[in-house]
Design a protein around this ligand. Structure first.
Ligand code: GLU
Length: 462
């Protein structure tokens, strides 16, 4: 069974790059009928925050990504890590290093002065004497001193690391006993049964260290896929300014979960020239072997395009539901179908859609000055009064076509063009000269409100 995981460090909010690897991991598990797990890597007590961990869970909830098991918190697993540290010590695969801070600094300085790579010199690797007093030891792994470590990567192919170039006996437990990053990642991936690791290629340099841990503990190795970064249009690593912000900011900006997930799956992965993927399609088609070898480019226009596609193609019930986050409550509005059908073609984001809805459902509080000059002139008020009287006398108009018929009868009785009623009526109803069809607007706000808005407009502008 394929088991994947997402393992964020809650030192900040979940950003778009992290979410993309989470999505890839999720899809690959789902495609294989496997499991997708979530692990919160909260061992760095100084930099972690509970809010950040909660924000990650909120983002997952919003996007409908669910962990298929209990969420693992590394901060609660010290006992487990201590057991493996002991095992490594007992097996002679790790050792206590009593080098003091001063000695370490001295070693670094000498190496730098000699233009050597700064690394631990292995002085306690085979130490058998009496340890110095007053130094709490760190624990170091016995890393291979020669040869190469090959990361067999599903995206990049074989990546070779020369042991002597890059590895030293890195610390697996600090002087206070706390385990270090590469140790706990390897232990947890093993214990959680993770056999396919998909993560950002900023982690590639950690992988040989984790491989050393896997080997020292006799664990089966997972497959690795290191996903190239997301770049901005200038080819630089994505920054906050380009959209590498908190995933929840996308919610606030009015992006739908479906659009955001569709946008992310195409950042670094493709299936022919297909752009639109439903969640079901993503689950069937995604394969990490098709991940691009080069960085992908973040493109806001594409995200907007996808978002308007999903808004246009959402059912009105779905939109009603999504709009509640923007303070728009249409659930019991009897004309919500007519309203949303008319507006959903016009909005790039849910936020825009919410504004468009409000522009119809709330009476104007002011009238655009230029529009007033243009539309409330000549016999405009006469036409409006005639139309108001028609509406008042009519027997419960309901649908857009009922209102359309009333407008037509005024036009023919007064022998005027449609523009003569259209412009002043639009300004009276909406306070400006743009917006959806007037018949739709009147059908949505109803007979009384239509009359009221006409009266108010005449009063306010006479
Ligand atoms: N905790 C790491 C991070 O947030 C990810 C570790 C991993 O995926 O192996 O960058």
């Amino acid at each position: 069974m394929v088991v994947t995981r997402f393992a964020p460090s809650p030192t900040g909010y979940l950003h778009i790059g992290g979410l993309r690897t989470a999505l890839f991991s999720y899809l690959w598990a789902k495609k294989n009928g496997g499991k997708f797990l979530l692990r919160i890597e909260d061992t760095d007590k100084a930099r972690n925050s509970e809010e950040a961990a909660q924000a990650i869970l909120d983002a997952f909830e919003w996007l409908g990504l669910k962990s298929d098991g209990e969420i693992i918190y590394q901060s609660k697993r010290d006992d487990i890590y201590a057991k493996y540290i002991k095992q490594l010590l007992d097996d002679g695969k790790a050792y206590k290093c009593y080098m003091s801070k001063e000695e370490l600094t001295e070693l670094r300085e000498t190496q730098m002065a000699n233009k050597q790579r700064t690394m631990y010199d292995g002085r306690y690797r085979d130490f058998e004497g009496t340890p110095p007093q007053g130094v709490e030891p760190v624990i170091r792994i016995k890393a291979p001193m020669s040869g190469e470590i090959i990361v067999r990567d599903g995206v990049k192919g074989d990546v070779k690391f020369q042991a002597e170039d890059i590895l030293d006996d890195f610390v697996i437990a600090r002087a206070d006993g706390s385990p270090t990053y590469n140790l706990v990642v390897a232990i947890d991936d093993y214990l959680m049964g993770v056999n396919e690791v998909i993560r950002g290629d900023d982690h590639l340099s950690n992988t040989p260290k984790q491989i050393i841990i896997y080997e020292a503990l006799g664990f089966d190795m997972p497959s690795f896929y290191h996903v190239p970064m997301i770049h901005n249009s200038g080819g630089k690593k994505l920054s906050k300014r380009d959209g590498a912000t908190d995933v929840m900011a996308y919610k606030e900006m009015g992006y739908t979960p479906a659009a955001l997930l569709n946008f992310l799956v195409r950042l670094g992965w493709s299936h022919g020239d297909q752009e639109i993927f439903s969640m079901d399609e993503m689950k069937t088609l995604f394969n990490p072997q098709d991940i691009n070898k080069s960085a992908s480019i973040y493109n806001t226009e594409k995200l907007d395009w996808l978002n308007s596609h999903y808004i246009k193609n959402s059912s009105n019930d779905e939109l009603t539901n999504l709009l509640t986050d923007f303070g728009i409550l249409l659930t019991s509005h009897d004309k919500k179908e007519i309203l949303l059908d008319a507006l959903k073609e016009r909005a790039k984001t849910l936020k825009e859609l919410a504004t468009l809805v409000l522009e119809v459902t709330s009476a104007p509080t002011s009238y655009d000055e230029k529009a007033v000059k243009k539309a409330f002139k000549g016999d405009a008020f006469e036409v409006l009064n005639a139309f108001g009287a028609k509406v008042s006398a009519s027997d419960a108009p309901k649908l857009p076509l009922d209102y359309h018929a009333l407008m037509e009868s005024v036009v023919s009785e007064m022998e005027i063009g449609f523009g003569k009623i259209g412009q002043p009526l639009r300004l009276a109803l909406l306070g400006k000269l743009s917006g959806p069809g007037l018949d739709v607007v009147m059908s949505v706000i109803g007979k009384e409100e239509t009359m009221l808005r006409i009266e108010k407009a005449i009063l306010a502008n006479s």
